[in-house]
Design a protein around this ligand. Sequence first.
Ligand SMILES: [Zn+2]
Ligand SMILES: [Zn+2]
Length: 811
Amino acid sequence: MKPSSEATVSAGPGPERPPVAAPAELLRRLRARTTADPVTHVERVPARAGEPAAWPDWAPGELRAAFARRGVVAPWRHQAEAADLAYDGRHVVVATGTASGKSLAYQLPALATLLADSRATVLYLSPTKALAADQLRAVAALELEGVRPACYDGDTPRAERDWIRRHSRFVLTNPDMLHHGILPGHAQWSGFLRRLAYVVIDECHTYRGVFGSHVAHVLRRLRRQCAKFGRTPVFVLASATSGDPAAAAGRLTGLPVAAVTEDTSPRGGVTFALWEPPLLPADPAAEGATDLTQVRRSALRETADLLADTIAEGVRTLAFVRSRKGAEVVAANARRALDEAVPGLGDRVAAYRAGYLREERRELERALLHGDLLGLASTNALELGVDLIGLDAVLICGYPGTRASLWQQAGRAGRSGQEALAVLVARDDPLDTYLVHHPEALFGRPVEATVLDPANPYVLAPQLACAAAEAPLTPADLELFGDGAKEAVDQLVAAGALRQRPTGWYWRHRERPEVDLRGEGGAPVCVVESATGRLLGTVDGGSSHFLLHRGAVYLHQGVSYVVDDLDLADGCALVHPEEPDWSTHARDVTSLSVVSVRSYVDAGPVGLFLGEVDVTSQVVSYQRRRISSGEVIDTRPLDLPARELRTVAVWFTLSPQALAAAGVEAADVPGALHAAEHAAIGLLPLTATCDRWDIGGLSTAVHPDTEAPTVFVYDGHPGGAGFAERAYGTAGTWLRATRDAIAECGCESGCPSCVQSPKCGNGNNPLSKPDAIRVLDVVLANLPGAVPAPRPAEPDDRQVDAAVPGSGMQA
Ligand SMILES: [Zn+2]
Ligand SMILES: [Zn+2]
């Protein structure tokens, strides 16, 4: 009998089924259906045999027997290595591929400890309730005496909570519940915390950006509470494959963490194709047509066609689509195409999304396993902890943002030992276009590091307030919370939130501080249906002006609503159901002033900077555009207040002389910088784990603070999330890729694949594609390949007054 990871255990092998075409043959048939070959690259990822290991000596017979009953007869070597480290008291992160059996790596030491010490406890954290529920099933199925595993989250009935606190020794929860429930209620949890042996952090790569920085401090608060009882639990983290997981796990926990990264589970081979939908012929008849109207066939349509084609071949296929609406569109189009070919065949495609109940998910999994369903279009809800096996092909509609996600999604394909097909379908976007023409940026390269910044003062201060409300802060605590903690505490004292006494810093208020780990840019705004008073959902405060202004068309679970009123004082938007044949696009005016420079590189006519900036933006109007044609119907003014964001930015400046020498006419400078800025924002996710929506930009021919032509790219989160810092550190690679993406795009004068931005506040005007290349050539000629180690800015060096904010072009 072969050893097995738990991923293959829960769903079973499934019934016998007819063979399907080998991936290479299948791909040949898919390519043959269009005249122009859309495939830009094919990569063969070879199969790998598994490397089983012996059970560790310390694993009790009872536990081995329990795993054997579930079909796991021996661990893989990476599981055994990570388990050994953890059992030895070392903090460890296991960062390996999808379905490589990461759960066994933490279950083994944690459960062995619970069996050996009848008082010990384990706390398990997952980013989603669904994953915690799946893990609960897996642990409960082992039927180990006295472990009493239980989920403790927002859905746990009050009546059960007390029992769990007192009797469960394996509590599964999420960081939000730890933050809102367990840590503030530490007195009630003291019995559990004083015996805490292990803290398991599953899917820890999802804790990135501002959310990740918050979670980092929630974990420090947990460590502080445990330390009061003399407890130092061992942290075991599980991560998708990621760059430098030891450093990321160390940043997250604040502890030295060892990494196990070699995946020794068996894997079938994958044929991986990069697919670029063809450019549609420009339509000269379209009203106001220019070269700019040239676009590619949409990735959604292309994915729907591929899904229909693979299903028609009897191939079990999963299509990953970034949005819920998109997944529904792909499923609907594939269904229609199949029904046209063979009536009834369309019934074998479904859409799958986050928010499905467990029973519904299980039913879909079962139907796919048994072949009642042949195809699913899914959001990335499936990325996390849902077992779907037996797929022959995976279609990825649009680059999912990181190589780590890409591999996780592609890893869904391949039933035991069989070859599988994966296809990345490029969207009409600079990053996707760059990637399908630069396979070296995807294959044979380490995946990106998870970016988080626990020192962000906008995260640190509220987290210190939470900690102080749990127990007064001591000087030793400040060390625990890391860089910037002392300054943050001083600010909280000055603001009247904390009081300093000889014994420490005390929270001054009766109520606890209100801090939302996932909330950004102000309190969330509720979306309420006027006629019924029904709450449809919430939108984070930062996006509310863009999405919920008066007249905005708002989509909720595929249903269209129009906003009647946005009440900012009450934090609610009133809407009514309506399906107009236009979409709405808010436009804003942004200005930016430099507050301070943290670090810079002086490269002759070019300067590269990292620093704090104040961004002021105001949503001033919105456009209504015809859905069918994209034609602008009209632009309507809005009366919304301006908002301020203090954040971190990276920027570069060029001397006007250097631009002129490179052939950029003075009149073309604004369009050149604006185009370079758009593409640079689009390409930043190549080196930082962010989305282009996480970052903003501004470019201007003369900025009052730099007195030069300047392009700014800033974090869209108060205090910064680490993205701009990462951009500064990788500027050579980032701007080189930006330049190549623009230069290699086949369009004439700019398109969404290169310099146009879907979120431009200036309606993508002005833009000059050829001059953007010249601008970036000047920058790259002076900032060769790798950026030299920056020297820190001297105290009064380039400090700039936050004077008259410059007005310029913003993304
Ligand atoms: Zn283009
Ligand atoms: Zn723009």
